[in-house]
Design a protein around this ligand. Structure first.
Ligand code: GLV
Length: 325
């Protein structure tokens, strides 16, 4: 009998075809994710689940899916999944690292430039008919070239940001729990062991850490307080890494110059959220990996993980390899 899988959203056709060849597949085709109660029902007798970061995959869900062998997350991050619980139950969990690294770095740099040079605000200015003349004091932003960029988390994406920054003659600092001396040699980046030192000396700050208990609200009121008032703050990691109320206050009071964020503490952000009233923040709806090419590669990678798990093989990209050892 063919194994059964549930795919929690419409993804690339080629990836779906790969799965359909070997498994009985149900695909959730709505634009919005399946409600949690529906997901519980859908996984009842599946061997594999292809999930998105908007699906909560917790103990209750795993209880509801006694046959589940593999969870393949279409994302590099997997904070939506209880990994400890999956490991306890011998369920392999896969993710999609690597293929989205540069696409994500591109959007972080896009936000950095847009926020620094007030691009979105300037576009609104034009559309509202406010462009009256070439104004010597109008819409002045911050220079990117030759500025100091502080990267928090020099992983795959952080390294790609550093490469982009080099093209702009930026001076690049980084803070991480582990020092990467090879990256220092290759990219000319400088390690700063104290987070506060990086925060207080950078003109741009870009966050690239995973969401873990230790990184929840890593950046809050006291961190914004030590930043330069001219700083441009970028977050493309996870919304919960930043205390969003503190970010709002820092932006509102001019304690920092601007921010560019692709992620928010609650997604989607409420249309009533006060952040949306501020001119000095650019917000994109968690689209960092959203290029045609990258989303296809992510879907193919997620399909490969799923199929390997169904065959009882080690996933090509497994986040809990101890399950199979
Ligand atoms: C997106 O946020 C991802 O983790 O892939």
């Amino acid at each position: 009998m063919k194994p059964k899988v549930f795919v929690s959203r419409l993804i690339d056709r080629e990836a779906l075809d790969m799965i359909a060849k070997v498994a009985g597949m149900e695909v959730w085709r709505d634009e919005l994710p399946p409600p949690y109660e529906v997901l519980l029902e859908k996984v009842k007798d599946v061997d594999g689940l292809l999930s998105l970061l908007s699906d909560r995959v917790d103990t209750t869900l795993m209880d509801a899916a006694p046959k589940l062998k593999v969870i393949s997350n279409l994302a590099v991050g997997y904070d939506n999944i209880d990994i400890t619980e999956a490991t306890k139950r011998g369920i392999q969990v896969g993710n999609t690292p690597g293929v989205l690294t540069e696409t994500t770095a591109d959007i972080a740099f896009t936000l950095l430039m847009a926020a620094a040079r007030r691009v979105v605000e300037a576009d609104r200015h034009v559309r509202k008919g406010q462009w009256k003349t070439w104004g010597p004091m109008i819409l002045l932003g911050q220079d990117i070239h030759h500025a100091t960029l502080g990267i928090i988390g020099l992983g795959r994406i952080g390294i790609e940001i550093a490469k982009r920054a080099r093209g702009f003659n930026m001076n690049v600092l980084y803070h991480d729990v582990v020092r990467n001396e090879e990256a220092e040699r290759q990219l000319g980046v400088k390690y700063i062991s104290e987070l506060n030192e990086l925060l207080s000396t950078s003109d741009f700050i870009s966050v690239h850490v995973p969401l873990l208990p230790g990184t929840h609200h890593l950046i809050g009121a006291s961190e914004f307080a030590v930043m330069k008032p001219t700083v441009v703050f970028i977050n493309t990691s996870r919304g919960q890494v930043v205390d969003q109320k503190a970010l709002y206050e820092a932006l509102r009071l001019g304690k920092i110059f601007a921010a560019g964020i692709d992620v928010t503490e609650v997604e989607p952000i409420s249309i009533d959220d006060p952040l949306l009233i501020l001119e000095n923040v650019v917000i994109t709806p968690h689209i960092a990996s959203a290029s045609v090419h990258t989303r296809k590669n992510m879907a193919l990678m997620a399909a490969e993980n799923l199929l390997a798990g169904l065959r009882g093989e080690v996933l090509p990209n497994c986040v809990n390899p101890e399950v199979t050892q």
